[in-house]
Design a protein around this ligand. Structure first.
Ligand code: AMP
Length: 631
């Protein structure tokens, strides 16, 4: 068998040959004759004349191949004390019936459907039912507040929204239906129907005829077959945070996505069909799309759908209990989750109570993996602990240790080496590739491989200006880092202001927009600062309107509530510091990275462009007295 270097070289030198072979893992209604369509650079398309259906590949074909009785999904829900499994045959039945119901509501190929649901099997059924019809789903994370959902309603303009009466968190039941009603009231676009899953927890949702329908009724419609679509037709839109308050709609196609994910399951995660994969992420994030839902199912694996936390549901042994119970082969989680477990159980005593002999590897992504957490996990789990790096936009890992091809020697602090298909470069400020060991902007040479974003939803121009224009011929990732002499990537953080809180990507602008709605706030700036548990947390520097007599402490409490209400608890916003002025450049731009440096305790020289360096002393003093006050 060819080694990693040879496979990698082939993927870069002969992408059409490489991906044409990989495409054989998928069942096509028409196998593509064009593999890489490069007629309209910088827009590249994969398998452009291929025809397939993603739901067929994720569900129906496995039933036909004899996997009908195998579990497709295992639902583990410590927050509700329930669980169970859904076989491939049951998933086919449920998906084809729900798709039949959606069709009766007018959903056809190309229409959009928003899914705003907790981690329940019905959410996966809703996603697959859209795929079955060739409709485009957009899953919105349940932790988002109505305003964020309203923004997505207006951009995606769904015919139908699929939601639930409630989500269940460790210590509370959240009424999704009430949040959805508020979002619809705020949005300009009104969906034709809302399909609501009534959960036994909490109060049943009030359904208002004729537009609110019960999930079970829609799900008992006559089944429908898979609708063949072009490989290039969109499968889903997933919104992610950029630097502005408006989320970006990342578009994923059908064909490239299916081929890339099937390839990654075997070659990156080293999984065989029939094995159990557990990705402890929410379906509202890309990791959930790719490795709770589509990747495992496309590969005929069993996927664990987990509705709970790393700690507190009920304890720091939850992950090990679930992994042992279901003989999980590969666990994919975040450094934040491992840090939380380690904090509660530093000696790993919970681990001793469970037999984890099925576990082959733990993969981590979403934020950098600090060496302490890496060592703790490696020492206690005694399996490879693998850092891998990717983004909503790329859809699957860009750098990793490809366990299914050839395991790499470990370099602590690195997210490993480029995965076949990804031509990773570090560019200097002029856009020229930097030498090994030199920091710069991490960029991927075009064309990107299959499975990556094809554009932004109805916004080709935004795709180009956000990712392609800065370095012609490259996709700019927005991350900083360097490649070492052996080709290992070391990441150093973001080039822009995007914040990663407990692995969730947040735009400071969205939090600022929420804070700016407070009547006493004149202006504000949100920056991310390091946090031992969550990687980063947002803090806000606030300038109050002159003449405002309110107590700053009371305002700070109101701001926490505002952010929770308008952005959602996902923001983990707690801290605001009242200052007299914000530091600016002479041209008026707020100096966020300087404030971030001060807040993180880094001694920085004031930038040459600063308008009034004295403001930095004011900020330092305000921060000091704020911290003294809060200890
Ligand atoms: P998201 O699109 O929400 O998955 O966020 C993607 C961003 O998370 C990347 O651009 C990185 O800034 C960060 N990220 C993801 N994985 C890693 C990793 N393994 N190491 C460091 N940063 C990471």
């Amino acid at each position: 068998m060819a080694g990693l270097d040879e496979i990698y070289r082939r993927s870069i030198e002969d992408p059409s040959g490489f991906w044409s072979e990989a495409a054989r893992a998928i069942e096509w209604d028409r196998f593509p004759t064009t593999i890489l369509d490069d007629h309209q650079p910088p827009f590249f398309r994969w398998f452009s004349d291929g025809v397939l259906n993603t739901c067929h590949n994720a569900v129906d074909r496995h039933v036909r191949a004899g996997r009908g009785e195998q579990a497709a999904l295992i639902h583990e829900s410590p927050v509700t004390g329930t669980g169970g499994q859904v076989t491939y045959a049951e998933l086919q039945e449920a998906t084809s019936r729900f798709a039949g119901g959606l069709r009766q509501l007018g959903v056809a190929a190309g229409d959009t459907v928003i899914i705003y649901m907790p981690m329940v099997p019905e959410a996966v059924v809703a996603m697959l039912a859209c795929a079955r019809l060739g409709a485009v789903h957009s899953v919105v994370f349940g932790g988002f507040a109505p305003h964020e959902l309203a923004l997505r309603l207006d951009d995606a303009r769904p015919k139908v929204v699929v939601s639930a009466s409630c989500g269940v968190e460790r210590d509370r039941v959240v009424s999704y239906k009430l949040l959805l009603d508020r979002a619809i009231a705020e949005a300009h676009h009104t969906p034709d129907y809302c399909v609501i899953l009534q959960r036994p927890q909490g109060e049943p949702a009030r359904l208002t005829a004729p537009s609110d329908l019960d999930f079970e009724e829609v799900a008992s419609s006559d089944p429908v077959a898979c609708v063949p679509v072009l490989a290039t037709d969109p499968l889903y839109v997933l919104y992610t945070s950029g630097t502005t308050a408006r989320p970006k709609g990342v578009v994923r196609d059908n064909g490239g996505h299916a081929v890339a994910l099937a390839w990654s399951m075997a070659n990156i995660y080293g999984l065989r069909p029939g094995e159990v994969f557990w990705t402890a992420s929410d379906i509202g994030w890309v990791v959930g799309h790719s490795y709770v839902v589509y990747g495992p199912l496309l590969h005929g694996c069993t996927s664990v759908l987990y509705e709970g936390g790393a700690v507190g549901t009920p304890d720091a042994g939850a992950y090990w209990r679930v992994a042992a119970k279901h003989k999980v082969r590969v666990l994919f989680t975040t450094p934040t989750a491992l840090r939380a477990i380690r904090q509660e159980d530093p000696r790993g005593t919970h681990l001793l109570r469970h037999r984890l002999d099925s576990l082959r590897a733990v993969f981590l992504a979403g934020e950098s993996l600090d060496p302490d957490t890496f060592r703790w996990a490696s020492d206690h789990l005694r399996v490879p602990v693998i850092d891998h790096w990717w983004q909503t936009e790329t859809g699957w890992p860009v750098t990793a240790n490809c366990l299914g091809v050839e395991p790499l020697p470990v370099k602590v602090g690195s997210a490993n080496r480029p995965v076949p298909g990804f031509d990773v470069h570090v560019l200097d400020d002029r856009g020229v590739p930097a030498a090994a060991g030199i920091d710069g902007q991490v960029a991927l040479r075009l064309p990107l491989p299959p499975g990556t974003l094809t554009t932004l939803w109805h916004d080709d121009g935004g795709y180009q200006s956000s990712y392609l224009n800065a370095n012609p011929g490259y996709y700019t990732t927005g991350d900083r880092g360097h490649l070492d002499k052996d080709g290992y990537l070391f990441l150093l953080g973001r080039l822009n202001d995007v914040i990663k809180v407990a692995n969730y990507r947040l735009s400071p602008a969205a939090i600022e927009a929420a804070i700016a709605t407070h009547p006493d706030v004149a202006e504000c700036a949100v920056v991310g600062i390091p946090d031992a548990a969550k990687g980063q947390v947002p803090i806000c520097f606030v300038v109050l309107k002159t003449g405002v007599a309110s107590d700053p402490d009371a305002v700070a409490i109101e701001l926490v509530a505002l952010v929770e209400d308008l952005v959602g608890p996902v923001a983990s916003f707690r801290d605001s510091i009242v200052v007299k002025r914000l530091p600016r450049t002479r041209s008026g731009k707020i100096l966020r990275s300087t404030m971030q440096g001060i807040a993180a305790g880094r001694a920085l020289a004031p930038p040459a462009t600063i308008d009034d360096p004295a403001i930095l002393d004011e900020i330092t003093a305000a921060l000091r007295s704020h911290r003294l006050g809060s200890t």
